[in-house]
Design a protein around this ligand. Structure first.
Ligand code: TRP
Length: 417
């Protein structure tokens, strides 16, 4: 019994009640052994309580600045980030442009990254990320991340990196099979550095980032195991619903991508958005208005799933109470694509309008946007430097900060003399 409790006292849910149970038992029986257990339990209960109070929630996530962000990014991540930012549940939120990572497969295209940094920053700000509530920064401006990556490289094997499913797919996609750049191959390690340098507990990201997080967790465990408890274990925060997981392109293809030309960008003008919606892929068998139509795999309905709110019906399509009614009518037949598309266009314009308006404002003062990134990077660097300080200490490479080390080394030679 005692043994059982002792093996469980690391658990904060158990240690406190266990302590009080023992306290009562010990009082009643006044046995010495009980008081010993009591003392141990009390210490653990206090320790756990401190840990519990100290349970800061910190968010970190990043985007590669390789292009403008589109509405797929918006439903998949940006919208969620703004909600998280305004939830008040997180003590710190770090959002960064992963330009160093973007260079791992764009080494010959530095101009592209340089140009898109400001695009991504404008997209963040116009989507509603608030630089007074989150730290917006640029990966390459934090040299501590390179240092940390270097140390982590010793904790990961080549074969483990080769097994990373995201890396595997990306190597195929980029035709890197014959010659993989080392920097690209190691980017999961540098991503672990990004996350851990800021002691992030929570990484909002898509399904595709799961293997990256698993790799980061392994690195954290290995580091803490070898050098002592130093780093915080992160966990992924996946999108909430299916429609947010991956928005198909306007042509119905599985992915929105610049090269396929099937994106609606956050920066698109109202006319561009309307034009793109008018030519969207629907149900290819829904030829006449009277034909029954399919909602599944019908991109217009997928977009409505992601963007439409009940109040939109009152404003733009009062004949229907909600999306289910609209879908039912489409399935039955008698509802034309044009009408559904017009409704979607109204919903999209309403969603994008405030984003466009904010973008217009920020576009008037580009130096101020760079200044936001510069200030954010400066603040982020201080945090990363603190982590690096702890890491160097744990790894025992903090020679010059350790007066005791220097003294004891002298003592060694004094003894010999
Ligand atoms: N790999 C991510 C992407 O391709 C970007 C990224 C870099 C990231 N470092 C990160 C995301 C750390 C989350 C946490 O979009």
């Amino acid at each position: 019994m005692i043994f059982f409790i002792l093996t469980r006292f690391h658990d904060k849910k158990i240690s406190l009640p266990a302590y009080f149970l023992f306290f009562r038992a010990a009082e009643r029986r006044k046995r010495k052994r009980h008081f010993l257990v009591l003392a141990i339990l009390r210490n653990f209960a206090i320790l756990n309580w401190i840990k519990f109070m100290d349970n800061e929630k910190i968010i970190l996530t990043g985007d590669r600045p390789t292009g403008q962000l589109h509405i797929g990014h918006y439903v998949g991540s940006l919208r969620r980030r703004v909600e998280l930012q305004n939830s008040g549940k997180y003590s710190k939120i770090y959002i960064f442009a992963a330009d160093t990572q973007a260079l791992t497969d764009n080494m010959e295209n530095p101009e592209k990254i340089r140009r898109n940094l400001i695009e991504v920053a404008l997209d963040w700000l116009s989507a509603g990320l608030d630089p007074t509530k989150c730290t917006l920064f640029v990966q390459s401006q934090i040299p501590e991340l390179c240092e940390l990556s270097m140390y982590y490289m010793n904790l990961v094997t080549v074969s483990r990196l080769q097994r990373n499913p995201t890396v595997k797919t990306e190597i195929k996609m980029r035709d890197f099979e014959a010659s993989i750049p080392v920097g690209f191959f190691c980017y999961p390690i540098s991503q672990a550095a990004d996350i851990t340098a800021f002691r992030a507990t929570t990484v909002p990201a898509g399904e595709d980032q799961k293997p990256m997080l698993e790799q980061a967790v392994e690195i954290v465990r290995r580091f803490n195991n070898v050098y002592g408890e130093t780093l915080v274990e992160p966990s992924i925060l996946l999108p909430e619903n299916e429609a947010s997981m991956r928005l198909p392109g306007t042509d119905g293809k599985a992915k929105m991508s610049k090269s396929l030309g099937n994106c609606i960008y956050l920066a698109d003008s109202p006319d561009e958005v309307n034009k793109k919606i008018r030519s969207m892929y629907t149900d290819p068998d829904h030829l006449k208005v009277s034909d029954p139509g399919k909602v599944e795999g019908n991109t217009v309905f997928t977009y409505l799933d992601a963007f439409c709110k009940p109040e939109h019906f009152g404003r733009y399509l009062p004949e229907y109470a909600n999306l289910d009614e609209l879908k039912a009518h489409y399935r039955r037949g008698g509802l034309g694509d044009v009408k559904v598309k017009k409704f979607l266009a109204a919903v999209m314009q309403e969603t994008l309008e405030p984003i466009r308006a904010r973008r217009k404002e920020y576009e008037k003062d580009i130096p101020a946007v760079y200044e936001i990134l510069r200030k954010g990077s400066e603040a982020a660097r201080e945090v990363a430097a603190q982590t690096l300080h702890d890491v160097r200490e744990a790894m025992k490479i903090n020679y010059f900060d350790d007066a005791e080390l220097i003294r004891s080394q002298q003592a060694l030679y004094d003894q010999k003399a």
